[in-house]
Design a protein around this ligand. Sequence first.
Ligand code: GDP
Ligand code: GDP
Length: 458
Amino acid sequence: MSFTLAIVGRPNVGKSTLFNRLVGKRLALVDNQPGVTRDLREGEARLGDLRFTVIDTAGLEDATDDSLQGRMRRLTERAVDMADVCLFLIDARAGVTPVDEMFADILRKRSAHVFVAANKSEGFAADAGVIEAFGLGLGEPIRLSAEHGEGMNDLYSALMPLADQFTKRTESEAPETDVSLDEEDDTGIRKPTKSKPLQVAVVGRPNAGKSTLINKILGEDRLLTGPEAGITRDAISLQMDWDGLPVRIFDTAGMRKKAKVQDKVEKLSVSDGLRAVKFAEVVVVLLDAAIPFEQQDLRIADLAEREGRAVVVAVNKWDIENEKQQKLRDLKEAFDRLLPQLRGAPLITVSAKTGRGLDRLRAAVEKAYDVWNRRVTTAQLNRWLTGMLEAHPPPAPGGRRIKLRYMTQAKTRPPGFVVMCSHPDKMAESYSRYLVNGLREDFDMPGTPIRLTMRSQS
Ligand code: GDP
Ligand code: GDP
């Protein structure tokens, strides 16, 4: 059993072209299946050694303008509900449009696994569009050219771990689902019956205590733990109630066995973590107090930041620390020095074994999630920007001062801001950093990456 991928996006971005490339002639008609609209096509895709089902939301071109948005939305929602994974296509040449933003919103709310692909990426003309696609907060965009068959390797690399995961999932007992698929509203669209659980990944080196931590939260010994690295079963996700907070926790232990055998521990742990990070809204980086901030820890924390996830750092096995005060000072110092990109992320000391500190960890996770979703009004931002400019005027390269005209928050998850200015290309990194740090402090946004883009008004 494999997985189902839905290709979604507005008309003309290249969905059918990609569908045809993946499916070739292996096309199945879906319109004779109950509950499936004629606008959806389904086919058996081949990509390298992967076999999966692909759904295409084509057939919208003939829609009249005023009905188009509604139909696109309904169709997309239906495809998303039918699929395990969504591939959200944008046109890299056109950049991110308001309709794309609408799609991104649907996907964030409805789909657990989303990849963004910037199609029509052949050649340089597409670079700006690819960068804009980053701003959707759905992870790093895959550069594709469906027409020329470019980027198919990257698509393969993105999907391959999922194929693993879905195969494993069906082999072991099916996990409980958070969405009931048999309840339909009057429009025939499936609706989630519960509020979506917060998606948390617990990442860290083997033996950091990930399984112990998850067990403690779960309140029963559902995961195997032990002193040997690699004893835990495959990577799984579990939905649970963490003192009133519904969460789905991704554990990433599964790759460790392979890692040991192949003696590529570091490399595999990172790709393993990558998978969990992709699924997560909040990433808990679990460190072992005895050996914190090792290379692997740093890489995974950096990855979480680059992927735009909310991050909480938890230092485990605090029960066996003697010099707690001194140790905490050392940890904070090391954190600021080694992970400056995560400045402001909470550092929580815990004992997965005794349960001490887990209530603080829970609070930090919830807060990081809220901050990640926060929206600051344009009025507030511009008042703030005026103050920042007065306190510390922007640089004047070649004697001409760069003018920062106004700013707005373009997105959330994580928060992304756009500053309209003259000569954005000449703006010094250090000034952007000054603004980002200021935003973080003045609007109380710890534990979340903040994106800031300078743009010229044109
Ligand atoms: P859909 O409406 O999203 O299914 O889009 P189509 O697959 O019908 O493609 C829309 C247009 O974009 C067609 O003219 C395609 O030939 C073109 N197109 C699709 N993929 C690419 C690509 O990778 N590069 C370029 N330059 N054009 C493409
Ligand atoms: P994982 O590989 O990250 O899933 O780590 P495990 O949960 O399997 O834990 C590895 C080892 O560390 C086991 O022997 C645990 O009992 C031990 N351990 C985990 N958490 C704690 C803790 O908070 N305190 C102490 N003293 N030991 C712990």
